[in-house]
Design a binder for this molecule. Structure first.
Ligand SMILES: Nc1ncnc2c1ncn2[C@@H]1O[C@H](COP(=O)(O)OP(=O)(O)OP(=O)(O)O)[C@@H](O)[C@H]1O
Length: 363
């Protein structure tokens, strides 16, 4: 019997569309090596995004296609992830130790932006990336509470700060440094200066992604920040109500103005799940985030339910993604995290950046 050819294997691999990259892995240039040794086929795949929770499933689909080629007796698929730095706005200096910055914004307060930001950061970490979070919500820093950490950051040299570690996540917040009431009286320029300092004077350690939890709204502070921080991509959090959607649209326009690509929209409090009977209801209307994304030509990244456990777990210092990694809500956050990172991986690379991070992940 004739040997299995590389071409046959490629054709089989092309039959599987990666839902996060929205293309097959050959087209995405993720297939790095194919070896065929008699009936034994080995495929090396390098994804541009972290995907620990998904590669078993992806590997099984690819194996099934390759195994169906006549003459194939054994298939091995090896996965790795290589996360590289991507381009940012022109003229903004990159941050030492950080490959990519993802800004999480909302048009209006109270839509759950901070909750989404921390769970998204933890979900990226659960998928295998090295992740940090900067709490830029200077008027109401909530990350110290959400991460259950009240420690003061150390300074080894009297100039820079060491990030606080919780659940493998590096974090920095004005809430670690001043008492809760102080930032409320700060004026615009003080806020942006404090934030720039927090961002640049923290010793971030080799981060693939730094998630920035921006202050709510689209005023001057947010605009100045968006101009000064080297952001790779932004995410807008909204609820399905009309008013929140209108405000979210302002957020989209703000990022457009400063040339930051919007990775997409996350709808929070999408449906309500009754904690007693599990019944699901669209109490704030249905499909608003999806419609808004379509109308504004941005991606819809996913929807999270209004669920009491999200509030209880996050507000008590153990966000859902670490409190119960296998539950449905955590799976939604991880799905969104993979989608965000995959979209980011398709953006223009920053060729001046030094080292990518490579993680070997086997099925
Ligand atoms: N999907 C959800 N289900 C239930 N409760 C939620 C959900 N998302 C957020 N919450 C809760 O809603 C409250 C507000 O959330 P959060 O602080 O994240 O909002 P925010 O948009 O960052 O607010 P702010 O504008 O004050 O910064 C918190 O108590 C949080 O636990």
């Amino acid at each position: 019997m004739a040997d299995v050819s590389q071409q046959q294997v490629e054709t089989a691999l092309k039959a599987v569309i990666d839902p996060y990259l929205e293309q097959d892995l050959v087209a995405a240039k993720a297939v790095k090596k194919i070896t065929t040794d008699g009936g034994k086929v080995t495929v090396d795949i390098e994804l541009g995004y972290p995907a620990k929770g998904y590669i078993a499933d992806l590997g099984a689909k690819l194996k099934e296609k390759v195994a169906a080629i006549a003459g194939v007796k054994d298939v091995a698929i090896n996965f790795s992830s290589k996360i590289v730095a991507h381009g940012v706005q022109k003229g903004v200096k990159p941050i030492e130790g950080v490959r990519n910055i993802i800004a999480v914004a909302s048009g209006k307060g109270g839509v759950g932006k901070s909750t989404v930001a921390v769970n998204l950061a933890l979900a990226l970490s659960a998928e295998g990336a090295s992740v940090g979070i900067l709490d830029a919500d200077i008027y109401g820093p909530s990350q110290p509470t959400m991460l259950g950490s009240k420690m003061k950051p150390e300074s080894k040299d009297g100039k820079s700060l060491e990030p606080i570690m919780s659940y493998h996540l590096q974090s920095m917040s004005i809430g670690y440094l001043v008492d809760e009431e102080t930032p409320m009286i700060w004026r615009g320029p003080m806020v942006t200066q404090a934030l720039e300092q927090l961002l640049r004077d923290t010793n971030w350690q080799d981060l693939d992604y730094l998630v920035i939890d921006l202050p709510p709204g689209t005023g001057d502070v947010q605009l100045t920040l968006a101009q000064k921080v080297p952001v790779t991509g932004a995410i807008i959090v909204t609820t399905p109500q009309d008013i929140a959607l209108l405000d979210a649209r302002k957020g989209l326009k703000m990022f457009e103005k400063v040339d930051i690509p919007v990775l997409g929209v996350i709808e929070n409090m999408s449906t309500h799940i009754c904690s007693k009977c599990g019944h699901e209801e669209h109490i704030f209307g249905e499909g608003g985030g999806q419609r808004m994304s379509e109308q504004n030509d941005v991606d819809f990244l996913g929807a999270l339910p209004l669920d009491m456990r999200i509030r209880v777990e996050t507000d008590s210092g153990k966000p859902t993604v670490v409190a119960d990694p296998e539950c449905r809500i955590s799976q939604i956050y991880r799905d969104i995290a993979r989608r965000v990172a995959a979209k980011l991986s398709l953006k223009k690379k920053d060729f001046s950046a030094k080292f990518p991070s490579i993680v070997i992940q086997n099925t």
